[in-house]
Design a binder for this molecule. Structure first.
Ligand code: ADP
Length: 642
């Protein structure tokens, strides 16, 4: 489980992070400038205070001239007020941009990628795992863009801090004590080199200890991610409304408790405590003691020099603060390379996700905008395997659609019906064979243009927490009259009339406490209205009604027949009775089209799959109900029937 992060060349580490900086800059253009200005001003202002106070103390401990004192006090006050205002302003600006950037970096690049990558890649298990690992590493140790952001801010403020401290420190070494003094050995270059050596040694050891402390955390990344996953899967499961019913009925709380107890990553005495907290507190404690020793050492050296008359007592505080700040800033700078090295795996993973190429061929032909909607689609010996699987989901499918008519795709669950639609809509490309639109391979069309000729209502359609009208239109600006008509055609008219703000009523309550909850059946009507609003030449219903009973499904399908008008409608169902009215029925079995034709024709073949399925299903329904389900109801509109 424990994994040492892979050691990479520094060139590679820098290349990955430099690219990360560019992505962050694109995501939030003012982020770096705000952090740099805030970091520099924040790091330098304490030195101004130190420098000015040293002057005041010197005057107090020395000549005590009122004029001089007044001058330094007023200068200190004015400078402090101005710097305070500047710091506050920059701090607020940087904090606001930091918040904005943290949200944008979490979402921006990934969402953009998810919306633009090939659907086959979104659906690919390997890519899903990649994204899950990135998110988990981000949540556990802040790896990825967050660590990069912190490292850049540290680099800026620690460099400015170190340079400022250095400027105030130089004179500590260059100002000599008088030659006759018994402490004149303090001037000796050897002695000065030894003092510098001690400061440097403490700084390096502190930097090393901080780095070790950090790496403890990073080395537990995989285990920490797993612990976090358990926690997020089970800790709040009781608060999820949908889960809480099953949890009660099946006493799942025992299972949850088991997993929460079994995974002891963050428990008292667990791996996190043993591998990170305990050793980390040793490293941290040792590093803090060293800093205390350094402060004592610098006090001794500075006081001796002041004692010997090299400078006034006022400088003692200045030098001690400056030297300790110099050491602190350098040791913090030294920890940055280790942090970037530890972050490199995640940055590489992030880019391997963001760089997933478009593997689908992107054609440029436009689909003819035919007023007569006369499109012809042909599947020519199409076979398909899902990525990373060995099973043929479709095998040698040959089919031609009679455009403008009704096609039913029926078959048992898992027989390939949805896959057939996914290929038709070019969510995937066939592994073998071709799909042709008006005689031309669909890969040669412009992808978006091709997509525009299909409206599909999938089984697991999604509505979002935004106003009803926007859900139907899929855009912010839309034709209200058309959206209303689509809803009425889909049978949502009565419910729409009851809605407090009509099309502007929010669905669900996430964004508006006056939002409305819709039932499964109502949601399905809204999804159908969305498909109608798109007004595409092909309209496809892929069992969006699977949750309804067979009679209700058959009724919706047959009435939908009218609303579909001159569009080509494709209905998918594992229930044969729902699709009986269609002109053409394609029967799928184990990924192949085993029969095709009209209902009567298919039923008359007693050895055919259709006959077998029809009779197998018929026994579940009362004959009376079956007839009702199977016969179309052309005289009523779907709107009336709901
Ligand atoms: P149907 O719509 O008729 O129920 P599907 O087209 O969904 O059937 O499934 C056909 C076959 O493809 C099944 O064996 C199913 O397990 C497999 N399959 C469906 N979706 C995926 C996927 N995303 N990855 C791998 N296999 C899949």
């Amino acid at each position: 489980m424990e994994k040492e992060t892979k050691k990479r060349s520094w060139k590679e580490v820098l290349r990955l992070h430099w690219r990360g900086v560019k992505v962050l800059h694109e995501t939030s253009p003012h982020f770096f400038i705000s952090q740099v200005s805030n970091g520099v001003v924040g790091a330098l202002t304490p030195y101004v205070t130190i420098w000015l106070s040293a002057r005041i103390i010197n005057e107090l401990a020395g000549l005590r001239r009122p004029e001089e004192l007044r001058y330094w006090v007023i200068l200190t006050l004015v400078t402090e007020i101005l710097l305070g205002l500047l710091r506050y302003g920059l701090n607020q600006w940087a904090a606001a941009l930091d918040k904005i950037t943290s949200v944008r970096e979490d979402l921006g690049p990934y969402v953009k990628k998810l919306f633009t990558m090939d659907f086959a890649d979104v659906d690919n298990q390997e890519n899903k795992e990649k994204l899950a690992t990135i998110t988990a590493s981000q949540n556990y140790a802040g790896l990825g863009f967050y660590t990069l952001r912190i490292a850049v801010c540290k680099l800026v403020s620690n460099t400015a801090g170190a340079l400022g401290a250095l400027a105030l420190t130089v004179s500590l070494f260059t100002t000599p004590v008088s030659q006759g003094s018994p402490l004149s050995f303090l001037n000796s270059p050897l002695f000065l080199a030894a003092v510098l050596g001690v400061i440097l040694l403490v700084t390096l050891v502190s930097g090393y200890l901080n780095g070790r402390q950090n790496s403890l955390f990073l080395n537990m990344n995989d285990e920490g991610n797993l612990g976090n996953n358990f926690f997020s899967a089970f800790a709040f499961i009781g608060t999820r409304r949908k889960a809480s019913v099953d949890m009660r009925l099946y006493h799942q709380v025992k299972v949850v408790r088991h997993y929460m107890r079994e995974n002891k990553t963050f428990s008292y005495g667990g791996p996190y405590e043993k591998k990170v907290v305990k050793p980390g507190s040793w490293y941290g404690g040792f590093s803090a003691s060293l800093s205390a020793v350094l402060t004592g050492f610098v006090y001794l050296f500075t006081c001796l020099k002041a004692w010997a008359g090299a400078f006034g007592v006022g400088y003692v505080t200045q030098y001690v603060s400056a030297v300790t700040a110099l050491s602190r800033n350098i040791s913090s700078l030294l920890s940055i390379p280790g942090e970037l090295q530890g972050n490199a795996d995640t940055m590489e993973l992030i880019f391997s996700f963001l760089d997933i190429p478009h593997s689908m061929y992107q054609g440029s032909l436009t689909t003819e905008k035919r007023a007569d909607r006369q499109y012809e689609v042909e599947f020519r010996d199409v076979s398909f395997k899902y990525p990373n699987t060995e099973i043929w989901a479709l095998r040698h499918v040959n089919m031609k659609f009679q455009v403008g008519r009704r096609l039913a795709v029926v078959g048992e669950n898992g027989s390939g019906k949805t896959t057939f639609i996914k290929l038709l809509c070019r969510l995937y490309d066939p592994t073998e064979g071709q799909i042709l639109l008006n005689g031309i391979d669909i890969r040669k069309y412009d992808y978006r243009d091709y997509m525009n000729i299909f409206s599909v209502v999938f089984q697991d359609f999604q509505l979002i927490a935004q106003p009803l009208g926007n859900n139907v239109a899929g855009t912010m600006e839309y034709d209200r009259a058309r959206a209303e008509k689509a809803l009425i055609d889909a049978g949502f008219g009565d419910r729409l009339a009851e809605m407090p703000k009509g099309l502007d009523t929010y669905l669900y309550k996430e964004l508006d406490k006056e939002g409305v909850e819709v039932s499964g059946g109502e949601a399905q009507k809204i999804a159908i209205a969305r498909a109608l609003y798109k007004d595409a030449p092909f309209i496809i219903l892929d069992e969006p009604t699977a949750a309804l009973d067979p009679l209700a499904e058959a009724e919706i399908y047959s009435k939908f027949d009218q609303i579909a008008g001159d569009r080509t409608a494709v209905y998918i169902s594992h229930r044969l009775s729902s699709c009986k009215f269609c002109d053409e029925i394609a029967v799928f079995d184990h990924g192949a089209v085993v029969q095709q034709g009209g209902h009567e024709e298919l039923l008359s073949n007693e050895n055919g799959k259709y006959h077998e399925l029809w009779h197998a299903q018929a026994q579940y329904y009362a004959q009376e109900g079956m007839e009702a389900a199977a016969s179309p109801l052309p005289e009523r509109s779907l709107a009336e029937g709901q």
